[in-house]
Structures are given as C-alpha cells and as structure tokens.
Ligand binder design. Structure first.
Ligand SMILES: Nc1ncnc2c1ncn2[C@@H]1O[C@H](COP(=O)(O)OP(=O)(O)O)[C@@H](O)[C@H]1O
Ligand SMILES: O=c1ccn([C@@H]2O[C@H](COP(=O)(O)O)[C@@H](O)[C@H]2O)c(=O)[nH]1
Length: 269
C-alpha cells in the first residue's frame, strides 16, 4: 500500500454561536453525498479541547463571573498546534473532550491513530485564526459571519436550556467578557479568511463552493487504497457536538493538489 496523503487542514472561526459546528456538519454531509467507492474520513476538532484546565481558585473566580473564557490566554494554543501537527504527521494523539456546561473536561478522550488519520481535518473555534501558528497551518480558512443579535439570542437559549444558566448571569458575562473579546480578538481575524460565510450552513452557494474545492482535493488523493466504510457521522463531543468524526466519499479522478502547505515540522514520537 502506498503512503497516505497528509490531511487537508481547514480552520473554521467565527463569533460565539455563529454556526461554526453547524457549518462543519453541513460540509461533511454534502461531501458524503458525493458518494463513490473511495471512503473519506473527516475529523472535526474543537478548540474547546485545548482549554487550559482550571484550578479550584479559578473555578471560584468563574462562579463569581470574574474569569474570562473568551480571552486567548484561556486556551493552550501550543498544545492545539502540536496536536494538529501530530495528526498531520500520522502520530497517535489523544484529544480530550470538553463539556462547556460544566466548564471542565469530560474525562473522555478521542484517540486518533495513524490508521485513523483523516483525509480532511477541521479545527473550529472562536479564536482559531488568532494564533499565528495555527492559522498558518490551515490550508483553507472559513469565517462564519452572523450578526451579534442572532448570536446573543442563540447563546441565551443554549445557556438557559442546555446548561441551566440564569439570564442575568449570561447577560452580564456576555457584556463583561464575550462581546469585548469578540471585538478585540475574534472579529479582527476575519481578514484572514479565504471564505466568509454569511448565514452559515444556510448559505448553500458558499457551502457548495467549499465542498467542490474539497472534493477536487480528495479526488487528487489517488495514492491510497479504498478505506472501509464506517458509520456516517460519529459525534464524539460532549458539548455542542463540535468534535465529530465521519466518513465521506469521492470518486476517482484527476491529479490536482490545491495544498499550499509545504513546511510541516516533523515531530518524532
Ligand atoms: N444558519 C442557521 N440558522 C438557524 N440556526 C442556526 C444556524 N446555524 C446554527 N444555528 C443554531 O444556532 C446554534 C449555535 O450553532 P452552532 O453551530 O453550535 O454554533 P457555534 O459552533 O458557532 O457555537 C445551534 O442551536 C444551531 O442549531
Ligand atoms: O466551559 C466553558 C467554556 C466556554 N464557554 C463559552 O463558550 C463560548 C464559545 O463557544 P461557541 O461554541 O464557539 O459559541 C464562549 O463565549 C465561552 O464563554 C462556556 O460556556 N463554558
């Protein structure tokens, strides 16, 4: 068997509740529709998996609404970068799954082995394009655009119905941290996007263009054997189902490699 091509890395950024996870799922669904004998594996990782664990003191601060989880310092971007590099290099990695509701890791991990190296790897999160090393690793950068009112109303609904949070707590946290962090750290990264997607997954024109580009890339991956068919959409995230893994497929076709990336550092075991 010939060596498998390294994964094509897509970054998906956008404000809170802008529809990042939904766009990822839609891309996966549409890719799967372009069905043929070559099964393709798409892995979605959430930047949530790289939240820095909170100490008991920090948890108390969070309870008092005094800890900013929307700030770049809340994430271990170096660990996120190394994990992406290791997946790209076909190393086995453990990705911890995060539970937003409880502000902590679930204790479960997703193991990505060399055999399970994806054809397409997606990293999604509010600050994916904030960190230069992660941003520069992405071969396709998508920014999901959504107005602030819609995002806030979705956030209120989610936090109240799924996380049992109180309205006054949600709104004060939003005003104090979420909105300023969006304006200072997330929105300015929109300029790095290759594609800005208004209306998120509803934007079928944008989704179809993206899927077509990915399908061209997948069709150029001729140096591999057909993979076994796995289940369609295996959701592994404990929060908003943002870390998910699935197979899609493509037909055989021409050799075309849209990849821009040439300098992936090699990380030994
Ligand atoms: N285009 C859309 N139209 C209507 N509702 C949407 C749309 N995209 C996402 N949603 C809903 O908004 C909420 C947040 O979407 P999600 O994809 O989880 O956002 P994010 O990953 O950016 O936090 C979910 O309840 C989702 O079903
Ligand atoms: O434990 C946590 C960590 C973060 N959050 C909030 O989530 C949003 C970002 O999530 P999206 O899915 O991208 O909308 C951010 O505003 C954090 O404050 C949380 O609720 N719990």
């Amino acid at each position: 068997m010939l060596k498998k091509k390294e994964p094509f890395l897509i970054g998906v950024a956008g404000g809170i509740s802008s529809g990042k996870s939904t766009v990822c799922k839609k891309i996966i669904e549409e890719l799967a529709k372009l069905n043929s004998q070559y099964q393709k594996h798409v892995l979605v990782i959430s930047l949530d998996s790289f939240y820095k664990p909170l100490s008991p003191e920090e948890l108390l601060k969070l309870e008092r609404g005094e800890l900013n989880l929307d700030h770049p310092s809340a994430f271990d971007d170096e660990l996120a970068y190394e994990t992406l590099i290791n997946i790209i290099n076909g190393k086995t990695v453990q990705i911890p799954l995060y539970e937003k509701k409880r502000y902590t890791f679930s204790g479960e991990t997703l193991t990505v082995t060399a055999e399970k190296t994806p054809d397409i790897l997606i990293i999604e999160g509010i600050l994916v394009f904030y960190y230069p090393k992660i941003r520069e690793l992405c071969q396709m950068k998508l920014f999901v655009d959504c107005d602030a009112d819609t995002r806030l109303s979705r956030r209120v609904l989610r936090d109240m119905s799924e996380y049992n949070r109180h309205l006054d707590q949600i709104l004060s946290y939003y005003q104090k941290y979420v909105k300023p962090a969006f304006e200072e750290f997330c929105l300015p990264t929109k300029k790095y996007a290759d594609v800005i997607i208004p209306r998120g997954a509803e934007n079928t024109v944008a989704i179809n263009l993206i899927v077509q580009h990915l399908n061209d890339y997948l069709n150029s991956s001729r140096n591999e054997s057909p993979k076994q068919e796995i289940n369609n959409l295996l959701t592994v995230s404990m929060n908003s189902q943002s870390t998910s893994s699935m197979n899609s497929s493509n037909s055989s076709s021409p050799n075309k490699t849209p990849s821009k990336r040439t300098d992936i550092p090699y990380r030994p075991h």
